[in-house]
Design a binder for this molecule. Structure first.
Ligand code: TYD
Ligand code: MG
Length: 464
C-alpha cells in the first residue's frame, strides 16, 4: 500500500525538511514549521507517475520574430510607470504590502479605470464579502464601472467561472493567501496551498493572455507571507509601502521581467481613495524647517525618477559609556561607517555624542548616494549651524574619504533646480555636464574638502 507521505515546510521561507523542529534552520524563524501532506496534483511533486516518453520540441535560434509585449494601460500615470508602461498581456503580477496599506483600494481603482476604458475586468475577493467591496467602490465613486465581481476562494470554482465566458483582460485575486485548491491536502494559507493555487492561476493567465494580479500579504519582517516561491512564479513583484502616520503610499517594483525595477509610483491616501502624486519631491519637502541645524536635502533617485528627500540628524552630548546610534529610514551600518570616516579622515569626533538619524516623511533610502547628505546633516547638527536652505547634497563616501560619483547626476540637479534650489555639493566626477544658469554645483574630491568648506562658512575649524 502506498504510504501517505508528509513534509515539514517552513511557512516563512518555504524550506522543506523531513522532520519537525522548533526553529527553521535556513531562515532562523521559530515555530514556523508545519506538517503538510504531499499528494498528487498541482504542485504536489512526486505523486504523479513519471511520463514514459517525452515530446520532441523544436529548438530555434535567438533571431526571429519578436514583438514588443502587448500592454494594457490603466491611464493612471503612476501605476503605468511602475509596471513599465502598462500591464503586459498574459503576465502575472504580485502586489505585496502590509495589511491596511491600501492594496485592495489601489486594485479596485485600477480595475475600474481599465473597465471604464473598455477592457473586461474581473475582481475576485477572497477576503471581503461582495457587500464590502461594493461599499468601498461606492465610496470611491466607482460603482458605475463595469467590473465583474465575485467573492470566492476555491481555485476550481474560479477557473470554472472564468472558463464559462471569454477570458478577461485583467483578473485580480485578492488575496493569494485565501485561495485554496482541493488538489492538495493542506489548509489555505500554507505554503503548499499558496504555491499550488498560484501555479494554477498563472497557468490560466499564460494560456489565455489574461493579465493576472495577485495580492499578497507581507509578514512582519517585510517578506511576502508564506512563499517566496510565488515571487519566482510571477513576472513582476510590486510592493505597496508607506506608514500609518503618513498619507502617502509608494508602489515600488522589485522585480519586473518587462520593465525596469526600482521604479516607484507615489500616491496619497485620501477620503476619496488613492490620488496620484505627480511631484513627490514637493510633498516630501513640504513642511521643512530651513533654519534648524542638522537637516540636509538629499537629491536622490528612485528608479528613473529623481526625488528630493530631507535627511535629519541630531547629535547630542552623551551620558552613556557607549553612545547611542539610532537610525530610521537608512542603514545603521552605513551610518557607523560615515561616522568612522568623519572621525578617521576629517578629525570630526562623535565618540562622546549620541547620534540620531531620520529620513523625513517615513521614507526609506537604500542608495549609498545619500552618504554626503548624511555627513552634511551630522556636521551641521554637531556644530549647531544650519546648512544653507537652498542647497542639495549627493555622493557616495568611500572608506578612504574619497567622494565617489553616483548615477544620473544631471537628473538629480535638474530636479533640485526645478524645486527652487540654487546650489549643490556633489562628487567631482559628476561635474562633466554644464550647469544651467543660476545654479552652482560644487564638485568635491574628498570628504575632508567638504568639512573644510563647511568650517570656512561657519568661521570655525572642524570641531573636536
Ligand atoms: P485597503 O485597501 O483595505 O488595504 P489592504 O487591502 O492593503 O489591506 O485599505 C484600507 C485602509 O485605507 C483603511 O485603513 C482605510 C483607508 N482608506 C482611506 O483612507 N480612504 C479610502 O477612500 C479608502 C477606500 C480606504
Ligand atoms: Mg485588502
Amino acid at each position: 500500500m502506498a504510504r501517505r507521505s508528509s513534509q515539514f515546510i517552513c511557512q516563512s521561507c518555504g524550506a522543506v525538511s523531513s522532520k519537525w523542529t522548533g526553529r527553521c534552520e535556513p531562515c532562523g524563524e521559530w515555530n514556523s514549521i508545519i506538517e503538510e501532506q504531499t499528494g498528487a496534483g498541482i504542485g504536489g511533486g512526486p505523486g504523479k507517475p513519471p511520463r514514459s516518453k517525452g515530446r520532441v520540441v523544436e529548438l530555434v535560434g535567438l533571431q526571429g520574430d519578436a514583438k514588443e509585449a502587448p500592454r494594457i494601460q490603466a491611464k493612471v500615470a503612476e501605476l503605468d510607470r511602475v509596471t513599465g508602461g502598462g500591464f503586459v498581456k498574459g503576465s502575472a503580477l504580485l502586489v505585496g504590502g502590509d495589511p491596511g496599506i491600501g492594496k485592495s483600494t489601489l486594485l479596485i481603482q485600477a480595475a475600474a479605470a481599465l473597465a471604464n476604458l473598455g477592457h473586461r475586468t474581473v475582481y475576485i475577493s477572497g477576503e471581503e464579502a461582495i457587500g464590502q467591496v461594493r461599499l468601498r467602490a461606492e465610496r470611491l465613486g466607482l460603482a458605475q464601472a463595469p467590473v465583474a465581481l465575485a467573492a470566492e476562494t476555491s481555485v476550481e470554482d474560479i477557473l470554472a467561472t472564468l472558463e464559462a465566458s471569454p477570458p478577461p483582460a485583467l483578473l485580480i485575486l485578492d488575496s493569494i493567501q485565501t485561495l485554496w485548491t482541493d488538489q492538495v491536502d493542506s489548509t489555505p494559507g500554507t505554503v503548499t496551498q499558496v504555491r499550488a493555487s498560484a501555479q494554477a492561476m498563472v497557468r490560466y493567465a499564460k494560456r489565455t493572455g489574461t493579465t493576472l494580479v495577485l495580492v499578497g500579504h507581507v509578514t512582519k519582517d517585510g517578506q511576502i507571507a508564506g512563499p517566496r516561491v510565488v515571487e519566482h512564479m510571477v513576472d513582476a513583484v510590486l510592493y505597496f509601502e508607506g506608514d500609518g502616520a503618513h498619507q502617502y503610499r509608494i508602489l515600488r517594483s522589485v522585480k519586473n521581467r518587462f520593465g525596469a525595477t526600482d521604479e516607484i509610483g507615489v500616491f496619497e491616501m485620501t477620503g476619496k481613495g488613492l490620488v496620484e502624486v505627480a511631484n513627490p519631491s514637493a510633498l516630501f519637502l513640504g513642511d521643512r524647517s530651513t533654519t534648524a541645524p542638522g537637516a540636509a536635502v538629499f537629491a536622490g533617485l528612485e528608479g528613473s525618477r529623481p526625488l528630493l528627500i530631507e535627511v535629519q540628524a541630531l547629535v547630542a552630548q552623551s551620558s552613556l559609556g557607549t553612545p547611542r546610534r539610532a537610525v530610521i529610514g537608512w542603514d545603521s551600518a552605513r551610518l557607523s561607517m560615515i561616522l568612522a570616516v568623519l572621525e578617521a579622515r576629517c578629525g570630526v569626533r562623535f565618540s562622546q555624542h549620541d547620534v540620531y538619524l531620520n529620513v523625513a516623511g517615513g521614507l526609506k533610502i537604500n542608495e549609498p548616494g545619500a552618504d554626503l547628505a548624511v555627513a552634511a546633516a551630522l556636521i551641521s547638527s554637531l556644530s549647531g549651524l544650519a546648512l544653507p536652505a537652498n542647497c542639495v547634497y549627493f555622493g557616495e563616501i568611500s572608506l578612504s574619504g574619497a567622494i565617489r560619483p553616483v548615477a544620473q547626476a544631471p537628473a538629480r540637479l535638474k530636479e533640485a533646480q526645478k524645486l527652487g534650489f540654487e546650489q549643490a555639493y556633489c562628487p567631482e566626477g559628476n561635474l562633466k555636464d554644464k550647469m544651467a544658469n543660476g545654479f552652482s554645483a560644487t564638485g568635491l574630491p574628498e570628504l575632508g574638502d567638504f568639512v573644510a568648506k563647511l568650517a570656512v562658512r561657519s568661521g570655525a575649524s572642524p570641531q573636536d
